[in-house]
Design a protein around this ligand. Structure first.
Ligand code: 2P0
Length: 329
């Protein structure tokens, strides 16, 4: 195949990934667990080019250069190495999430790119291998290969660090977008700084392994309340860790903190919901599906609210720009 299109969704971690033990192989310091969403898709087409001397990358209709293009080229070089190909490619991507606002656009981006590029370059990879490949583009992308809840194993090397499905109770996620602007400091840079400078980092890595084990047990027991308590605790722990870097980094805004407080008040009023937040000011709240609308109504005053659910892992879709498909339509 010389071109292929894939669609992937972002994921939001309930047990967070923050720190690498190998930056080249993109191995995380600890395992993590997340929910793949059914909104904010990235759709990516990879088309192999005849006789081109470099890759090109367009995101939401804008030709990319600099770091954005360099990250895609680096990833495609890895795919070319696996496929034994020297051919360059055109990557065309549409991302429905506000890029860089902490809604994990690099996760959906590299998950879609991994699936589309593997197909375009003729690699026959199973889910675990695609998850490992996506990980090389962005760690959290490993988890967007999986439907719904997934665990990304820290593993003991490249072969064993991939995501796979976890059975858990059905839940909704209420995303409160407080600020959709590009964040000031990328996750990758902030992670590195945290690992190098925070005196709390070793304790974070060690305790996250224990948190993940407790979360997997709560999922096995179908215990939404325990899943929620662990989720909120681990998010606050991650933000405390990030704030302990030197120089410190703080992603949460006063409004983000107000949402965490409003969710505590909701619980006191009998609606069970729990907050988390990534490397940005937006807050994602989990609830049982039947409570999602009440949670959304209560949080509307803080930002733009959207109720989402569990979505599909990255997959190939019919190529919307394939002229042979248009001809038969
Ligand atoms: C997560 N985040 O578990 C954590 C929580 C943000 C906060 O994974 O360097 O874009 O590409 O591996 O995956 C964001 O970091 O970083 C992230 P790289 P990534 O979802």
């Amino acid at each position: 195949m010389s071109n292929a299109t894939a669609r992937a969704y972002p994921n939001i971690a309930l047990v967070k990934y923050w720190g690498k033990r190998d930056e080249t192989l993109m191995l995380p310091a600890a395992g993590s667990l997340s929910l793949t969403l059914d909104a904010f898709a990235t759709t990516t087409t990879v088309e192999l080019l005849d006789g081109a001397s470099e890759d090109v990358f367009s995101l939401n209709g804008v030709a990319q250069s600099g770091d954005s293009l360099a990250r895609v080229t680096k990833f495609l070089s890895l795919v070319r190495e696996l496929a034994g190909s020297a051919q360059h490619a055109a990557v065309t991507s549409i991302n429905e999430a506000p890029t860089g606002a902490g809604l994990a656009s690099s996760a959906s981006g590299f998950a879609a790119l991994a699936v589309a590029a593997a197909a375009a370059y003729g690699l026959d990879l199973d889910r675990a291998a695609l998850s490992r490949l996506a990980r090389r583009g962005s760690g959290s992308a490993a988890r967007s290969l999986v439907d719904g809840i997934s665990v990304w194993h820290a593993g003991d090397g490249d072969e064993t660090s991939f995501a796979e499905p976890v059975t858990a109770p059905e839940m909704s996620m209420i995303i409160v977008t407080v600020d959709a602007r590009q964040k000031a400091i990328s996750s990758r840079t902030a992670m590195r700084r945290t690992a190098l400078t925070s005196p709390f980092y070793p304790a974070w890595v060690e305790s996250t392994e224990q948190t993940l084990a407790a979360m997997l047990e709560a999922c096995r027991d179908q215990d939404f309340s325990r899943i929620g308590r662990i989720t909120e605790m681990h998010a606050l722990r991650m933000h405390a860790l990030i704030q302990s870097a030197d120089p410190p980094i703080r992603y949460l805004l006063p409004t983000s903190v107000a949402i965490f407080d409003a969710v505590v008040a909701l619980r006191e009023a009998g609606i069970e919901a729990y907050s988390t937040a990534d490397a940005g000011p937006n807050v994602a709240v989990i609830s049982r599906p039947e409570d999602a609308q009440a949670v959304a109504d209560a949080l509307e005053q803080y930002g733009t609210v959207r109720i989402v659910g569990a979505g599909a892992g990255a997959t190939l879709i019919p190529n919307p720009i394939d002229p042979s498909l248009e001809a038969t339509a």
